[in-house]
Ligand binder design. Structure first.
Ligand SMILES: *Cc1c(COP(=O)(O)O)cnc(C)c1O
Length: 392
């Protein structure tokens, strides 16, 4: 136990929620039809790029999210790459990206030969700050026939990627309005946010294109996997084409009409996905129960609290986070050290994008809110099993 009474009090309260055994940050759960569907793939030999589970997973995803189209991919990063390519992002463009995000958001911009331009976040949802961005863009952008240009670099600013941090939906209405006003394409990095609802509608429909991830640490997993969501039939067709090596349909000929990618989700992963999606409502219920337990355990703690769900949201509560009062910010690393030593796996957010060496020369707006949030947030163990009835 820590000698700092604040930290030892915090650990006691966390133990009340997670129990006495060592606990990881996030574990998948396979309690439904996973074994049966994967066995079916093995029994029939349909494990790879052809098979019925991919079509079924795409249809199930579209139905669940209320999106017209879903195209499954090998991972969420590939989905982001396809979103940007289909949004018209080209070599030498700039794309607005929150500095408070996982590296994949910025990497996808680089894959297109474009330059990330980092923007600040707000403390209600942890998403991009629409009001601050709006006034920044008013000074920054000059209209041109090719699209709005950054008056300092001369480059076209093509798109805004927003990210729903830890599953909390960003303020999509306000962000869509900023994009419309300035002529930018809106793309949602919804990798963490399957099962999150913004003002009653599932996220992923404000962006022209949106990306989901089903990596092992996400709310549902296909081992590795992702998907592109869009409301546009032509974009969906093109997404499927690009992710399948741009092969032109033919009975036996191999012909391709543009540079495509081998980004299609294998059938065996989609089989896992179909079963996981069936279990999503149970996952969401357990997540909500767990968040309630954390909120209760931390309610009377002075100096920190559970990061609250934004009023505009009913999120998936994928990862719970502790937010330290500004006066306690200096304790963050001691909390991380003490909790991990005690067998309670906690993690900081990601290193901010503008602080990474490969982004040293990238344009950025003042980022003080993201820097402040990064200094005060600690992710807490959030596996659904911790919220199951009967736990702890
Ligand atoms: C997980 C994640 C991704 C990437 O997903 P992969 O499936 O691991 O490629 C992208 N963006 C964010 C914000 C993520 O959390």
């Amino acid at each position: 136990m820590s000698r700092d009474p604040f930290i030892s009090d915090l650990l006691t309260r966390l133990r009340r929620v997670v129990g006495e055994s060592p606990v990881s940050l996030h574990e998948p759960r396979f309690a439904g039809q996973e074994w049966a569907y994967v066995k079916d793939c093995l029994d029939t030999g349909w494990v790879s790029s052809v098979g019925a589970y991919v079509d079924r997973f795409e249809a199930d995803l579209a139905a669940y999210t209320g999106s017209r189209h879903a195209v499954a991919t090998v991972n969420g990063t590939a989905a982001l790459h396809i979103c940007l390519a289909l949004a018209g992002v080209r070599t030498g463009d700039e794309v607005l990206v929150p500095t408070l995000t996982f590296i994949a958001t910025a990497n996808a911009v680089h894959y297109c030969g474009a330059i990330p331009h980092f923007v600040d976040s707000e403390p209600v949802s942890l998403g991009v700050d629409a009001a601050k961005l709006d006034s920044y863009l008013q000074d920054l952008l000059l209209p041109s026939p090719d699209g709005p240009r950054n008056r300092q670099t001369g480059r076209v600013v093509r798109a805004l990627m927003v990210m729903h941090v830890l599953g909390h939906p960003a303020d999509l209405d306000a962000l869509a309005e900023v994009c419309a006003r300035h002529g930018l394409v809106l793309i949602e990095d919804a990798a963490e946010a399957l099962g999150s609802f913004y003002k009653g509608g599932h996220i992923g429909r404000h962006g022209r294109l949106s990306a989901l991830s089903f990596n092992g640490n996400k709310i549902i997993t296909t081992g590795g996997g992702g998907a592109v969501l869009t409301q546009d039939a032509e974009l969906a067709r093109h997404a499927k084409h690009l992710t399948t090596t741009a092969r032109v349909a033919h009975a036996w000929r191999f012909s391709h009409d543009e540079v495509g990618y081998n980004y299609r989700m294998p059938n065996i992963n989609a089989a896992l996905g179909c079963a996981q999606l069936e279990a999503l409502p149970d996952m969401l219920a357990d997540k909500r129960r767990l968040a309630g337990r954390y909120a209760e355990a931390l309610a009377t703690l002075a100096g920190a609290s559970l990061f609250p769900e934004p009023a505009h949201a009913r999120g998936n509560l994928w990862l719970n986070a502790l937010i330290l009062d500004p006066a306690r910010a200096s304790a963050r690393d001691d909390i991380l050290a003490a909790s991990n030593t005690a067998g309670i796996m906690t993690r900081p957010l990601w290193t901010l994008m503008h602080r990474l060496s490969m982004h040293a020369g990238c344009p950025a707006m003042p980022l003080e809110c993201a820097e402040d949030l990064d200094a005060r947030l600690v992710n807490l163990p959030s596996s659904a099993c911790l919220g199951a009835t009967g736990h702890a």
